[in-house]
Design a protein around this ligand. Sequence first.
Ligand code: FAD
Length: 479
Amino acid sequence: MPRKTLKKQNHQGILESLERIVGKNFVSHRLEERYYYSGDPSTEEPHNPGFVVLPRSVREIQEILLLANREGVPVTPRVGGMTLSGLAIPCEGGIVLDLKRMDKIVELNKNSMYVVVECGVTVGQLKTYLEENCPELWFSMPHAPPSVGVIPNVLINGLGQLSLSYGANSDMINGLEVVLPTGGILRTGSCALGKSWLTKYCLPDFTGLFLGWFGATGIITKASVQLWPKPNFRDALFYKIYSIEALPEVFLKMSRSEVCEDICMFSWTGTSGRERFPLAEKPVDVPEITMDIVLNGKSLEEVKHKKGVVRSIAEKLLRKGIQIEEYLRSPQAKKEVLMVPRIFPFMDLLQGGGAEYLGCYISPSLVAAAYRRGVEIARRHGFQYLHFLRSMRTGHAICILYVFPFDKRDHDQVRKLVNVLKELSEECINLGGVLWKPSPTLQKFVLKNADSEYLKLMKKIKKLLDPQGIMAPGEWALY
Ligand SMILES: Cc1cc2nc3c(=O)[nH]c(=O)nc-3n(C[C@H](O)[C@H](O)[C@H](O)COP(=O)(O)OP(=O)(O)OC[C@H]3O[C@@H](n4cnc5c(N)ncnc54)[C@H](O)[C@@H]3O)c2cc1C
């Protein structure tokens, strides 16, 4: 797909046009600001954008995209830039659209349980807003820093504390408003009829044209996000699991019990409690895996009953020969586990500056194989492994995350880690898994393995929506 290269002589003209659209204070071409937006903690190569622009309205975004089309300038949208897989890196320069100023909560509908947010609304902002205005409802929050965007999380098929019950966060939206790369506005879901943001049904659904595309098909400017009744009481149980082979059975039984709010498992390296960078070796006498089960209820009795169900499942598993053992954690540790979003100390960006995690949605029956392959590949390349697993939608799938904190200053380490990630990607795809939020480097593996008709349709859609190829050019680079 041909794209005009940004002409040097146009730089000043583009700058002036951008200043006219959003105002002088909200455009920058200063090196230090461009540098800030050039990269993220992942292994992906940084690239400086030519301009950083902070629009305030849908109208301004339309004008910027019209300008970008005229001048052949790439555009990369961004809120937090914290996917840890390089998805908001402007790999061909051009304009980074920082959407944080578009931070309005447009509508709260308590009866139909949804909230309409603009594209810059952060997870922390929406959480606070709901606590103040509608404490009886909550939404599915990633355990990411509160400064990340609600809409980016939806469009990367993120997962939160409600994903065990309702699926990926992209399953929990009623519709979108999108500025198309050519400047027009499209609404999906019931808001295509202009009266309400109630539901994604029953029109032909165009929402998927913008989810999972990482900005390559347009700028989502609003989304209707589903809310859910917030439980009055929550509690947690903690288990040690001594064998990787036990994972499918434990996930299956616990997930299908339908009494758990969330089920998270960590390799020992994720919960060791000591300095995590570089990651420590597991002592022989500690269990391979720990599991946190969060339970909730409208009353304390309900929570107590659910705890009883989980404990009786664990007893049955034990009787079947699976080494699973409940253990206690301090009140403070339990409090931290019950926080939403909760803090994951293993993403230690301050030590070494690098962190990347590859995710994969995989069948519960293959989760032990995916875990073992992760251990083997990491070790072979000289890395410690750190796996985090989460059950989704009553156990229809497990999301396994291979987490790698690393020293970004050490180029040899970065190169080796890229090889680990590539090998892991191949392995996950061979196991029938689907990579979650793959980096531009790893997207190539997905495309290589994708069915040819699927690829053809992706190309057609990209060309139809973005004829000049200006949007997020590194994402799903189909040309
Ligand atoms: C410590 C830590 C823990 C995490 N835990 C979780 C977790 O539990 N669950 C989870 O799901 N994620 C998790 N994440 C990953 C990630 O932070 C989140 O998914 C987050 O929601 C990404 O938001 P962002 O604002 O950083 O996205 P950005 O990086 O700004 O954007 C993500 C992608 O969307 C595109 N984009 C952004 N806005 C728009 C728009 N309006 N229209 C079109 N395209 C757009 C960008 O170009 C990019 O491709 C974690 C991250 C960290 C650092």
